[in-house]
Design a protein around this ligand. Structure first.
Ligand SMILES: Nc1ncnc2c1ncn2[C@@H]1O[C@H](COP(=O)(O)OP(=O)(O)O)[C@@H](O)[C@H]1O
Ligand code: SF4
Ligand SMILES: [Mg+2]
Length: 331
């Protein structure tokens, strides 16, 4: 079952649609990786789902259902209550989750007091210390009285992650949560998120441009290009047999998938800027499979398998062997 489902979400800056009809679902207890080059609309998508579009951007269409409830119909106060209780958010700027005026120990212990009803102060403090240790904050006992500004950027992000874990949300939206952290800490934090997911059944939406990370940590993947989702499906299937030429290009740009230090290098050419989008497929100028008809209309998203969809007029052939195809057809 989907905990979060987004249908045809549109967010625009003036007349320009920076998110243009995006649909995806995050299943309860599962993790969805949202990937795509910088500027493709990943952050605006997350912020729009949370009801916090950036200044200058309006959410102008679509439905956002969380556990069956339409978030777009909620008041700002209702959304505020939902965020931090049911929906956690770890954004690129950790200060969105932290209160600059309170020592971090207080922020975490208050969470335990109000959300989990832990009455004893010492018990709350020891849980806060334990949590800070889990996000690899050194000497956590001595940091409880520090304010957010006394931490470095990377350390602040770890504290923000701890805060979110203390809330015990059902859905965690993490937008490049570990980009500012070095590789070792990044992997530790992601392992921690995965542990938490296994322990508590938290659903996670992880935004990243790091494909090896998605392969290692996510169940499902949605690939975004120029404001739209071009391919979606279970990670192992999409990575093994990408059907959209853009996905194939992204995967081809990562020669060694096991090398987590390898950052995504881009496919030749540039994505279009949102205002410049003409009709037809937005990937056409960079697409090795483009044909004349690709420019006539945007390809509709269609199912290519039980759990997979692709928006392309001429998708990559399904590279499965005839035997595997027959087995799927029979199942
Ligand atoms: N506050 C804003 N006002 C107007 N346009 C914006 C704003 N924030 C982002 N955009 C535009 O929306 C597009 C998508 O941005 P973003 O969601 O940040 O991409 P990503 O997170 O995938 O790198 C970009 O073209 C960006 O210029
Ligand atoms: S619709 Fe055409 S141009 Fe677009 S990705 Fe598919 S083949 Fe390439
Ligand atoms: Mg972003």
């Amino acid at each position: 079952m989907s905990l979060l489902s987004v249908h045809d979400l549109v967010a625009q800056s003036g007349p320009t649609r920076v998110v243009d009809g995006v649909s995806f679902a995050v299943r309860a207890g599962r993790s969805l990786g949202l990937v795509g080059e910088s500027g493709s609309g990943k952050s605006v998508t997350c912020l729009s789902v949370l009801g916090l579009p950036p200044r200058g951007v309006q959410v102008s269409g679509g439905r956002v259902l969380f556990d069956g409830e339409d978030l777009r119909a909620k008041t700002p106060a209702e959304l505020h209550a939902l965020r931090g209780r049911e929906i956690g958010m770890i954004l690129q700027d950790p200060m969105t989750s932290l209160n600059p005026l309170l020592p971090i120990g207080r922020q975490i212990t208050e969470m335990y007091r109000y959300r989990e009803g832990v009455a004893n102060r010492k018990a709350r403090e020891s849980r806060a210390v334990e949590l800070l240790r889990r996000v690899r904050v050194a000497a956590p006992e001595s940091r409880l009285n520090s304010y957010p500004h006394e931490f470095s950027g990377g350390m602040r992000q770890r504290v923000a992650i701890a805060m979110n874990l203390a809330c015990n949300p059902r859905l965690l939206i993490a937008d490049e949560p570990t980009t500012a952290l070095d590789i070792t800490v990044r992997l530790q934090i992601l392992d921690l998120l995965r542990e938490v997911q296994a322990e508590r059944g938290t659903a996670i939406m992880l935004v990243t441009h790091d494909l090896p990370l998605v392969r290692r940590y996510c169940d499902d993947v949605a690939v975004m290009y120029a404001g739209r989702i071009v391919e979606q499906g279970p990670v192992e299937q999409v990575f093994a047999r990408p059907r959209h030429p853009y996905t194939k290009g992204l995967l081809g740009a990562v020669p060694r998938l096991r090398d987590l230090q390898h950052r995504l290098t881009v496919i030749p050419g540039q994505p279009p800027s949102p205002g410049s989008i003409a009709q037809g497929c937005r990937f056409a100028p960079r697409c090795p499979r483009a044909q004349a008809d690709c420019l006539s209309a945007y390809p509709a998203t269609r199912a290519v398998d039980a759990h997979r969809s692709v928006a392309c007029w001429h998708p990559e052939p399904d590279a499965r062997t005839p035997d595997a195809l027959l087995a799927t057809a029979a199942s």
